[in-house]
Write a protein that binds this ligand. Structure first.
Ligand SMILES: O=C(O)C(=O)C[C@]1(C(=O)O)C=C[C@@H](O)C=C1
Length: 387
């Protein structure tokens, strides 16, 4: 037999396979209609396990047993996706009661941030809500979350990610702890300087205060000045305040120039950061499940079984619906060592058909699932990376 004859036979088989696949999908569609009527779940793990075992029995070698297992795992996953599409089309999308609002009431908003005046969170709050916004500060990120739960603030502005130091893991955990939602985001350029008392010179400095992220973002500078003792504080601006209060010429802070001028400090050194385009992404959080009409980014959180391909299967709902994933983060689950909760950001709006399909699938197949928010992002277009 020559190659073209072999290929012709393969083509014939593939045609049959496609026809059989379409027949199978048509039956799955009927199954979906039955499930919608009876309120049954799409995913039936027991049926899938039994099917895979039965299919494997039919194959005649280990290689083919493995192959058909893979093939039918995918076929059933596609079948489930078709069924979720039907469910979403029929409006059977429970658990997603997000209210669409024309815009956020920014001008009358009461906004909370963590730290003290001059903190980057303060800058972020003014940038998002405008210079005239009513802002106040609390001691911890947890306090900021509590303030919106209690209604003393309408919005909280919290850092979630820095372009060089990475995710702010505590804030991810707080998004799970509290029933609050992301309604916006804003990017702030981080420009740390070394600040000391007006009479201090850089040669006087022995101790440097900053937030752990500030110390990390200036790690190369600190490595070159190993004689300096580093102390972590809960906020960069707080470290500037501390230098002002302690009145010790040997103390310095790594913070913004704005914090320096607020607390009467002198800039002892600039360009101390590892990377010039250092940016922090801040999220705006509210207690209401709402999203603005032009939202283009979603954040989810889910837990899966701790088993082979579990994460791959969850993410396949995004791929299959053509949704562009922007970020994947994981955090340990307390009490279950080495198991993780996943956080996913992707492009889309809750009104999009593809988003509804993907959410329906993840909602059914994850052990725990929450939409953390649907909001508008300009992807940090205001930031000039070269400055
Ligand atoms: O039998 C069902 O309940 C179906 O929905 C069909 C099917 C399949 O494709 O075989 C799909 C999803 C279920 O998890 C189990 C099986």
């Amino acid at each position: 037999m020559d190659l073209s004859e072999l290929r012709k036979e393969i083509d014939d088989i593939d045609r049959d396979l496609v026809q059989m696949f379409e027949k199978r999908m048509a039956l799955c569609q009927e199954v979906a209609e039955y499930k919608i009527k009876t309120g049954m779940q799409v995913l039936d793990r027991k049926r899938e396990v039994e099917k895979l075992e039965a299919i494997q029995q039919m194959a005649d070698s280990d290689f083919n047993r493995y192959g058909v297992h893979e093939l039918f795992t995918q076929i059933m996953a596609i079948s489930r996706k078709l069924q979720y599409q039907l469910l979403a089309d029929k409006g059977v999308i429970t658990g997603l009661p997000f209210e669409m609002v024309p815009n956020l009431q920014k001008s009358r908003a009461n906004v909370v941030f963590q730290g003290v005046e001059g903190a980057y969170s303060h800058v972020a709050a003014l940038q998002f809500f405008g210079e005239k916004a009513k802002v106040f500060h609390v001691k911890t990120w947890d306090d900021a979350m509590k303030a919106i739960c209690a209604g003393t603030a309408d919005f909280a502005v919290l850092p979630i990610e820095n372009s060089s130091a990475g995710s702010v893991s505590d804030v991810y955990d707080l998004l799970v702890k509290y029933d609050n939602y992301i309604v916006g985001e804003t990017f702030v350029k981080v420009d740390h300087v070394l600040l000391g008392l007006p009479e201090a010179e850089i040669s006087d400095i022995q101790t440097v205060y900053s937030h752990p992220q500030g110390l990390m973002q200036c790690s190369r500078f600190l490595e070159e000045h190993r004689e300096l003792t580093k102390y972590s504080t809960s906020n960069t601006a707080l470290s500037a305040k501390r230098v002002q209060e302690e009145k010790d010429i040997t103390h310095a802070a790594i913070a913004s120039e704005m914090a320096g001028s607020l607390y009467g400090l002198k800039v002892l050194d600039r360009n101390i950061m590892n990377s010039r385009g250092n940016t922090t992404r801040f999220i705006v959080v509210a207690s209401r499940k709402m999203y603005v009409a032009d939202s283009n980014k979603l954040s989810l959180c889910f837990e899966t079984n701790h088993e082979n391909a579990a994460l791959y299967n969850m993410l396949s709902h995004l791929t299959y619906n053509g949704l562009n994933m922007l970020k994947l983060e994981s955090r340990p689950i307390l009490g279950r060592p080495w198991e993780f909760r996943f956080f996913v950001d992707f492009e889309g709006n809750l009104g999009d058909a593809g988003v509804k399909n993907a959410l329906r699938g993840i909602l059914e197949e994850a052990n725990y699932f929450r939409i953390l928010g649907n909001y508008y992002t300009d992807k940090g277009k205001n930031i000039d990376e070269n400055k």
